[in-house]
Design a protein around this ligand. Sequence first.
Ligand code: ATP
Ligand code: MG
Ligand code: MG
Ligand code: MG
Length: 432
Amino acid sequence: MERITMRQAKDYVGQTVQIGAWVTNKRSSGKIAFLQLRDGDCYFQGVVLKADVSEEVFTLCKNLQQESSVVVTGVIQEDTRSKLGYEMLVQSVELVGESHDYPITPKEHGTDFLMDHRHLWLRSKKQHAIMTVRNEIIRATYEFFNKEGFLKVDPPILTGSAPEGTTELFHTKYFDRDAFLSQSGQLYMEAGAMAFGKVFSFGPTFRAEKSKTRRHLIEFWMIEPEMAFMHQDESLEIQEQYVAFLVRNVLDNCDIALDILERDREVLEKYTQLPFPRISYDDAIELLNANGFDDITWGEDFGSPHETFIANHFDKPVFIMNYPKGIKPFYMPLAEGRDDVVVCADLIAPEGYGEIIGGSEREVDYAQLEENIKNFGLDTADLQWYLDLRKYGSVYHSGFGLGLERTVTWICGTEHIREAIPFPRLLNRIYP
Ligand code: ATP
Ligand code: MG
Ligand code: MG
Ligand code: MG
């Protein structure tokens, strides 16, 4: 007999199969029991008719507790009422692992309680839906960059210096010297781009963010593409194509998850339509000031209400371009004809989800870069290898970083970034 998962059911209608599953719920009367089951991938129903099974099996079914694990054997049949389209007419049930007093019940639980039980909370329908979307975004990311001819390069996670300052960096020991956990692989990706042309990375990053917001994790995953021989305008095109591709694939491949999340598909469809609007930082400040925001002036970085207003104004993800050099890192070049703004853009998601992407062109002139490093109070010795890239065939290049969990939260339309990663690390939480 074949062991299948319920996703394969359509090929097994009328056949007897086995499925390993957990019991999420059950109800029974004298003659029939309905088991709500979860095989890790799909949720489905098992129907047990007292007349079809042994006395022992029927009694077992009536007594199954939430989250006990079973192997059910039965016939796959169509069920037009379920979204999945199939259920199992159960012939026998083998109890694999008992479960007693499972702490997460169908009643509402507080966030702290759920976070303390994150290892079990992951089993719930909504969490399963979010992880399905996360998985699809990861899958589509590889598909997109492979299709576009990018090579995956993995930057180091342990680094020996803190080239952008230490305030948000985790400090650790590397034998008898100091080391830091990576907060971005970008500088290494630039070396990658000079070696391999178009590269992307996808890995964990660490930031000792002292703020408690619904958008910041301490440990999160970032996708960082870097492209040689590419100016900012072309980079923005790749960014919007990539983001639209992610939304398209979630729409096409995560039907059940989107239903569970009650995500409005028409809203998501809008995000697949290109191009995304672009606005300069200068104009964004003007727009804010004209609309009653008197708490921000030219030269300051946007707060979350500002970003939310701008993106909602356009009703689509929007690129804010050319920020003041004073609020951006040392490696961004000045915009042509300006000595106050740099060639960069952040992609801001609507609906209050904030910055999804930060990107820029990179300074390629050796002398200028060296001057920037000094002006930012950084140590040129730590960055000599990076300066070297400007010595041997330096070419114009651009890159960007997309936060995976930000993107998952936005596409899912969920409240808080903590649900977008299996085991979130937050300011006051590193358990479980
Ligand atoms: P923010 O302004 O929201 O703090 P940032 O400008 O510090 O973000 P970047 O250094 O530009 O972030 O990183 C690139 C991307 O990584 C961001 O656009 C965002 O999607 C994501 N990101 C940054 N910090 C975090 C974090 N603490 N948790 C989750 N994602 C993050
Ligand atoms: Mg930040
Ligand atoms: Mg930012
Ligand atoms: Mg940024």
